[in-house]
Ligand binder design. Structure first.
Ligand SMILES: [Zn+2]
Ligand SMILES: [Zn+2]
Length: 420
C-alpha cells in the first residue's frame, strides 16, 4: 500500500470521525488495495495505519456513518428471515438471486464519499447483494445463479434507520414462473382454447353461468392447467397458443404448439409422466397434450408471435346450395391468391382492412351432389369459413364464386400448424 493510498484512507476515516466499518472503508479502495472482499481490505488498511480494529458491537460506539452497520445484520438477522419465508411459503427451488432496497440516506452518503474522495468503485447496493448471496449460499442448499434464478430474494433495509421499528428488515421471495411447452389436439367441437369469462357477469358469477363465472365449463387451457397447477402448487396459469381455432373447430393432426406459464410455483420439479397420465383421464376424449417439456420464457413470445412464416392445413366439409358435379371441383385449383377483407364476424375486434393470403394447395373429395370434403393448405391468417362462403363478397375469389353456388363450411378441423 503506497503512501498516497494511506493518506487518502486516513482522510476518509477522519471525514467520518472514525465511524466507518471495514466493508465501507474497503469498498472505497477496492480498485487499488488487494484483498479477498472489501471487509478484508478495510482490515488491512486499518492495520497499515496502526489503528484499533473496527468494533461495531462495543457500547457507546457510533454506527458506521455510511451503512449504519448494516453488514452486521446480514450475518445475524437476514438468514433467519429468509429461512422463515421459505418455510412459510413451503417453496422448493435450486437457484436464487438477491436484490436489496436501502434507505435513501445510506445510498446518498455512499455516493457523497465517492464524490468527495474521487473513488470510482462499485455502489454499496452491489456489495450488499453480493454479501447476502455469499451468506445464503454458505447456509442454504440452494445456489446463487443469475442464469437459472428460480427465486428472487428481496431484502428490504429501508426501515433500519427508524428508531424502535418493530421489523426493520423485511424479506420477500419472488418465485419466478415455470414455462411448459407442448402441442395440443382438440378432439371435439365446442371447447374454447382458453378460459372464457361469462359474457353477462364478466367472470364474477351469475345465474346465467351457474355461478361459475365461465361461458364454457371447460377449455383446452383448463383441462391441462388444473392438473399442472395442483402438481406445481402454483398460483395461476396462463396459456399461450400459436394462434387459435374457433370453438366449433377441432384441432387434429400433430396438434397446435402452446406454452403454459405457471405463476408462483412452490414446486418446480414436476413429473410430466404423472401429469400426462392424470390429464389423459380427466380430458379423455376431449383434448390431448403431446411432448410436454420445460421451456424458456422466450418461447412464449416466439410461439405467440409465429405467423408470417407459418402455414396451416385444414379439413373442411363443404355444403353447396345447388347441385355440383365431381368435375366442378377441378375449378378449386384456380384459388391461389386471395384478397380477404376482415370478416364480418370478427370486425368488432379486428381492424377493417384487406389482407392478401396465399392458398398453397387444395385437394377436394366429392361426397354427393351437395357435399364435398376439402383439404387445404394455406398461409397463416387466411379465414377458411369466409374463403368458402365468400362472406358477402369480402373474400375474393372464394369457393362459392368459382363453383357458381353458395357454399358453406359445415365442419372444420385444423390438421396441421406449422411454426418456425
Ligand atoms: Zn459501513
Ligand atoms: Zn355469469
Amino acid at each position: 500500500m503506497n503512501q498516497e493510498i494511506l493518506d487518502k484512507a486516513e482522510q476518509l476515516i477522519n471525514y467520518t470521525n472514525g465511524n466507518i466499518c471495514n466493508h465501507c472503508l474497503g469498498r472505497k479502495f477496492s480498485d487499488c488495495v488487494d484483498g479477498n472482499g472489501n471487509e478484508e481490505r478495510g482490515i488491512k488498511i486499518r492495520e497499515a495505519l496502526n489503528l484499533e480494529p473496527y468494533a461495531p458491537n462495543e457500547s457507546n460506539r457510533e454506527k458506521c456513518a455510511v451503512c449504519h452497520d448494516l453488514f452486521e445484520d446480514i450475518d445475524t438477522k437476514v438468514l433467519d428471515l429468509v429461512r422463515e419465508k421459505i418455510e412459510f411459503l413451503n417453496v422448493e427451488f435450486d437457484t436464487f438471486v438477491v436484490g436489496c432496497k436501502l434507505p435513501k440516506e445510506i445510498v446518498e452518503k455512499d455516493q457523497e464519499i465517492s464524490d468527495e474522495f474521487d473513488c470510482n468503485v462499485e455502489i454499496i447496493k452491489k456489495e450488499v447483494n453480493r454479501e447476502i448471496g455469499k451468506m445464503l449460499e454458505a447456509n442454504l442448499e440452494q445456489k446463487a445463479d443469475f442464469d437459472g434464478e428460480d427465486v428472487l430474494v428481496m431484502v428490504d433495509f429501508r426501515r433500519i434507520l427508524n428508531e424502535g421499528q418493530e421489523n426493520p428488515i423485511r424479506v420477500r421471495l419472488q418465485i419466478n414462473p415455470i414455462f411448459i411447452e407442448g402441442r395440443y389436439r382438440k378432439l371435439i367441437r365446442g371447447i374454447p382454447q382458453t378460459k372464457w369469462p361469462c359474457t353477462k357477469c364478466k367472470g364474477k358469477g351469475c345465474e346465467e353461468c351457474n355461478f361459475t363465472g365461465k361461458q364454457y365449463p371447460e377449455s383446452v387451457e383448463e383441462l391441462l392447467s388444473e392438473v399442472v397447477l395442483k402438481h406445481a402448487n402454483g398460483y395461476e396459469a396462463k396459456f399461450h397458443g400459436a394462434g387459435r381455432e374457433d370453438i366449433d373447430v377441432r384441432m387434429l393432426g400433430t396438434g397446435r404448439p402452446f406454452v403454459l406459464e405457471i405463476k408462483e410455483p412452490k414446486i418446480r420439479k414436476i413429473d410430466f409422466d404423472k401429469i400426462s397420465e392424470e390429464v389423459s383421464q380427466t380430458a379423455k376424449g376431449k383434448t390431448e397434450y403431446l411432448n410436454l417439456k420445460f421451456t424458456e420464457r422466450k418461447r412464449k413470445v416466439e410461439i405467440k408471435g409465429s405467423s408470417p412464416d407459418t402455414y396451416k392445413v385444414y379439413r373442411a366439409l363443404v355444403k353447396c346450395e345447388d347441385d355440383i358435379k365431381e368435375e366442378d371441383l377441378e375449378k378449386l385449383q384456380s384459388l391461389h391468391i386471395i384478397q380477404q377483407r376482415t370478416p364480418i364476424r370478427v370486425s368488432h375486434r379486428r381492424a377493417d382492412k384487406i389482407r392478401e393470403k396465399e392458398v398453397k394447395n387444395i385437394e377436394a373429395k366429392f361426397i354427393d351432389s351437395k357435399t364435398f370434403e376439402m383439404i387445404i393448405k394455406t398461409e397463416g391468417g387466411l379465414y377458411i369459413k369466409e374463403l368458402i362462403s365468400s362472406d358477402e363478397g369480402r373474400s375474393n375469389p372464394s369457393v362459392s364464386e368459382v363453383l357458381g353456388t353458395q357454399a358453406i363450411c359445415a365442419e372444420l378441423d385444423v390438421i396441421e400448424v406449422g411454426i418456425k
